[in-house]
Design a binder for this molecule. Structure first.
Ligand code: MSP
Length: 483
């Protein structure tokens, strides 16, 4: 029996109306770094991702391609999985909300719980709908009459819907957030949502007529309506754990330790989702980690601006670990961060080619060409217990993965400095014993660094470990310089 605290982490489920871009790859890498850290620490970890299929966007995209919705979805979700594999994303489950067996029993059970709690009622909805957000807005939400996120004029809609009594939960949600029972990171996002709660929450429409999303989940006892996109999507976090089925995973892993989300979907996760859980008398997730956007040429990526960056432009040119490194080390986690090929290249050369890559080559070259014996190698577990890495763990505890990455690269810089200052390559001719000791210390150091690198650049970490175990130079430079 493992007594270590379990770690359930979720990514948002992505709209499968188009292939994923670099911003989505960022979200996934953040989740993966955290999941890998917890696995490394021996915590029972479950990492969920998936596709948010029951949306009108998908119907439109399939029509444009001239193929059926199921065929379209099969193709796109395969592309998602391929990208995740190409980025070494170690998810445990990929949920597809369109797959009945996987998702629907949970969604239906939760809906029935909301009904039992007396929180669902039928009414005529007359208002504003942004088809991009798949969200309803009131006049006070709009900026200059447009959707605050997509800057488009929302559609005026009048239809019969089921409503969820979100307003009833405003005070309870506020209390949960203020007390950090539902901890929102960073503080600025917490304040943003508290300000929204202070303005009060309106009840939300929780269903749409079936004609809008014919492949959506029918409302129990009313097949003319389907469960509204966000109500359906948010449930994925528990339906994936077989809520509404055998519930074994649910008992083991719910509540989530963290939902990782982008800033644009904060209100759904910090207001609607907790209210749904409260209504169904389920525990709240512990943390919401809200990251910023990757911008391109200073703007949010959009097809119309033509500034969408395909992750493969970078993966093919620099390798997956370079992309993972860049996300973890260079993008400010709680703000927007711009990404350009030029900057990517200079960071790659500085920290990877000239940084860790060069360090490993230099140290292993000295160790092998001066005929040193293999040094004794500690296990990951022993290394992770070392006092000097306490800060590394503290950063991860606070979800400050960027600071943890900086700390590791600080260690790399220190090892480089040690070579420059002690010059073992000269010392070997005059004081072999001392030179050998320094080189052994350096090997031990890069061995430990490789452990710390595992969450960030798993393939590179493995290559370094192999190189040291086999007591040889890396077969090829870990990161070839790019000019
Ligand atoms: N389907 C909803 C989420 C439902 S979760 C129950 C959705 N999907 S999305 O495909 O539009 O976005 C998925 C995630 O990608 C969101 O967290 C969003 O913030 C993130 N990103 C979209 N563009 C991004 C950037 N340019 N940069 C970083 N993250 C970005 O919303």
């Amino acid at each position: 029996m493992n007594h270590k605290k379990k770690f359930y982490i979720t990514s948002p489920i992505f709209y499968p109306n188009a292939n994923l871009h670099i911003g989505h790859a960022y979200t996934m890498t953040v989740c993966d770094v955290l999941a890998r850290y917890h696995r490394l620490m021996g915590h029972p970890t479950y990492f969920l991702t998936g596709a948010d299929e029951n949306t009108g966007k998908v119907v439109k995209a399939a029509e444009e391609k001239g193929i059926t919705v199921p065929k379209f979805l099969d193709g796109i979700t395969e592309n998602f999985k391929k990208l995740f594999a190409d980025l070494d994303v170690s998810y445990d489950q990929f949920i597809r909300t369109g797959v009945k067996k996987q998702h629907w029993p949970g969604a239906v059970k939760l809906w029935n719980k909301l009904v039992e709690a007396g929180d669902i009622y039928k009414s005529t909805y007359e208002g504003l709908y942004c088809p991009q957000c798949e969200a309803f807005y009131t006049e006070k939400d709009l900026i200059d009459g447009t959707c605050p996120i997509h800057k488009i004029v929302p559609e005026k809609i009048k239809e019969e819907n089921y409503f969820f009594k979100l307003s009833k939960y405003t005070a309870k949600i506020k209390k949960a957030i203020e007390s950090n029972k539902l901890h929102i990171i960073p503080e600025t996002r917490k304040n943003e949502i508290l300000a929204l709660l202070d303005r009060g929450l309106d009840d939300v429409s929780f269903s749409r007529p079936i004609k809008n999303v014919p492949h959506g989940i029918p409302v129990p006892n009313d097949p003319q309506q389907v469960i509204y996109v966000w109500c359906d999507a948010l449930v994925n976090y528990i339906s994936a754990l077989h809520y509404g089925q055998d519930e074994e995973l649910f008992k083991e892993f719910w509540p989530a330790q963290v939902h990782v989300i982008g800033k644009d979907i904060l209100r759904f996760h910090a207001a609607i989702w907790p209210a749904m859980l409260m209504s169904a008398k389920l525990s709240l997730p512990e943390n919401l980690l809200v990251h910023g956007f990757i911008t391109s040429q200073g703007h949010k990526m959009s097809k119309s601006l033509g500034n969408v960056i395909d992750p493969y432009e970078l993966i093919n040119n620099f390798g997956k670990d370079a992309v993972r490194f860049y996300f973890a080390h260079e993008i400010p986690p709680f703000d927007d961060g711009d990404l350009t090929q030029e900057n990517f290249k200079s960071v790659y050369n500085a920290y990877l080619a000239n940084g860790i890559g060069n360090l490993v080559s230099r140290v292993m070259k000295m160790a092998t060409s001066y005929g040193l014996e293999q040094v004794s190698l500690a296990t990951d577990e022993e290394i992770l217990k070392l006092k000097e890495y306490k800060v590394y763990h503290a950063y991860f505890k606070d979800f400050e993965f960027t600071k943890a990455a900086h700390l590791v690269w600080e260690k790399i810089t220190q090892a480089d400095k040690k070579i420059q200052e002690t010059e073992p390559f000269k010392l070997i001719k005059t004081d072999r014993e001392k030179a050998v000791r320094i080189i052994e210390e350096l090997v031990t150091e890069i061995w430990s660094i490789a452990t710390l690198l595992k969450p960030f650049v798993p393939e590179t970490a493995e290559k370094i470990k192999e190189t040291i175990k086999k007591w040889q130079m890396p077969e090829a430079p870990l990161f070839a310089r790019k000019d």
